[in-house]
Write a protein that binds this ligand. Structure first.
Ligand SMILES: *[C@@H]1O[C@H](CO)[C@@H](O)[C@H](O)[C@H]1NC(C)=O
Ligand SMILES: *[C@@H]1O[C@H](CO)[C@@H](O)[C@H](O)[C@H]1NC(C)=O
Ligand SMILES: *[C@@H]1O[C@H](CO)[C@@H](O)[C@H](O)[C@H]1NC(C)=O
Length: 439
């Protein structure tokens, strides 16, 4: 399953702190050797200030009580620097920690800076120190402290580039604290900033690519995320970024469309993109859609669906587990399978006028009874214009499908590879139709 793992592809687009949750997940899934992951963690940590965490991992990796001297030296260094920055930022921090003083700030930066200067002797260097202190706290893993300071820094800072960095830092902090509502707001703010900055198109493209990767954390956790991801990724500039340098994001876009009944209308556009990128990126999820909508290959789709299931369970963003009544489930996998089956069924119905429930149940990998109940529910929920003939064990489609049926037969007739499957399907259909007429 490691062949479908995107961690190494995605990591270069993330802040190193955001990579930790992915590594934790991999460790749990045991897709790689434990030692390998622990080493990767130590490498990541070496460039952060999370020295105690690094020491813990080192001890467990090498089964020792004694960390390297350099780790202990680094710890001392970090503590000293933290103290230094704390002192430097102290005048502004103590002002900000006093609610009655903070109330005197106005939505006017120039006024605020002047006021801080005249009444509290707080100067630009103190404001700069706040940024450095916040960044250092972030590196130490104190995301809540960092998030608060970065927010306050932005209300005072007049340097647009610094303010932009602070926005990225704030977004990372909110993601790491799993404050999804706030994270969505920061994401939108950052998106607007990227779109409006006078950067070169290439720089903007790179920033958008980063933003999309960071957004995965939010979209697969926030309740409205499954709409949000489709809205964002389908915007021209973002879709362009995917097609230029982040093809693997198609996995997440495709999954979101498959599980989002309200965005079914985007399916056609998605399939077009998947086909365009066929030679640069594919995985069982994109292949499932191709089997079904490009090749009308039902056996292939069924095969891919099994691979999709494995892929989802082993993907950090998709495979989130939930405990329910003592059972562990992967909600997104279940929804995915349910919708994917519906896709298979709908496509099958478009091609066939009269469907044998026995054959269909095989295609959906359900028992006869399950398939029948499932279809009855579909019909009842008015999603399907069809009738069940329970004596014959068939589903008879409403009339509007017949045109589509003929079109598809016409379209696929020439294709030699598929003719075998098709011939079988057509034979099955005509014999059931004849059987109905004979009655
Ligand atoms: C995080 O930073 C804030 C602000 O400096 C501080 O009050 C808090 O004690 C820090 N938390 C930890 C766990 O160090
Ligand atoms: C995002 O944009 C800023 C400048 O606006 C640039 O410095 C930075 O390198 C860009 N990010 C990436 C990943 O290219
Ligand atoms: C059908 O589903 C069962 C689990 O429900 C699975 O074990 C089996 O491999 C599946 N068979 C096919 C042909 O997909």
């Amino acid at each position: 399953m490691a062949q479908y793992d995107l961690t190494l592809t995605i990591a270069p687009y993330l802040d190193r702190h955001l990579v930790f949750p992915l590594l934790e997940f991999l460790q749990e899934k045991q897709l790689y050797a434990d030692d390998q992951i622990l080493k990767a963690k130590i490498d990541l940590l070496a460039k952060t200030n999370m020295v105690d965490y690094a020491v813990d991992i080192y001890k467990s990796l090498y089964h020792t009580e004694y960390p390297l001297q350099e780790m202990l030296d680094r710890r001392t260094e970090v503590m000293e620097r933290l103290k230094y920055l704390e002192d430097l930022a102290a005048p502004l921090v103590s002002f900000l920690q006093n609610p009655s003083l903070v109330q005197e700030l106005r939505p006017d930066k120039q006024y605020n800076l002047q006021m801080l200067h005249d009444r509290f002797q707080i100067r630009t260097e103190h404001i700069e120190a706040l940024y450095q202190f916040a960044k250092f706290q972030f590196e130490c893993g104190n995301y809540s402290g960092a998030g608060d300071f970065l927010y306050q820094y932005r209300t005072l800072c007049t340097n647009v580039d610094r303010s932009f960095s602070a926005l990225w830092g704030k977004l990372a902090a909110e993601i790491l604290m799993q404050n999804w509502d706030v994270a969505v707001e920061e994401l939108n703010r950052l998106k607007e900033t990227i779109d409006s900055r006078p950067d070169s198109p290439l720089t903007q493209l790179k920033n958008r690519t980063w933003l999309m990767h960071w957004s995965l954390f939010i979209f697969f956790n926030h309740e409205n995320g499954r709409n949000g991801i489709i809205d964002l990724f389908f915007q021209d500039k973002y879709l362009n970024a995917i097609q230029t340098n982040a093809h693997h994001l198609l996995r997440y876009l495709a999954t979101s469309i498959i599980i989002n009944k309200r965005r079914r209308n985007m399916l056609k556009e998605l399939i077009k993109v998947i086909q365009q990128e066929h030679y640069t990126y594919k995985d069982p999820i994109t292949e499932f859609l191709e089997c079904l909508y490009v090749d009308y290959d039902f056996e292939g789709a069924q095969q891919k669906l099994r691979e999709c299931e494995e892929l989802i369970v082993n993907d950090f963003f998709l495979g989130k587990q939930v405990q329910e009544n003592g059972y562990v489930t992967v909600p997104l996998r279940d929804e995915f399978l349910e919708n994917a089956r519906l896709f298979i069924f709908e496509t099958y119905c478009r091609i066939h006028q009269c469907i044998d429930i026995g054959i269909l149940s095989q295609k959906l990998n359900m028992t006869y009874g399950e398939a029948e109940r499932w279809i009855v529910n579909l019909i009842r929920n008015a999603r399907l214009d069809a009738k069940i003939d329970s004596q014959m064990g068939t589903v008879v489609m409403g009339t509007q499908h017949s045109n589509v049926y003929e079109q598809i037969i016409e379209k696929t007739k020439q294709l030699a590879v598929r003719s075998y499957v098709l011939a079988n399907n057509v034979a099955a259909t005509s014999s059931t139709i004849q059987a109905s007429i004979a009655r």
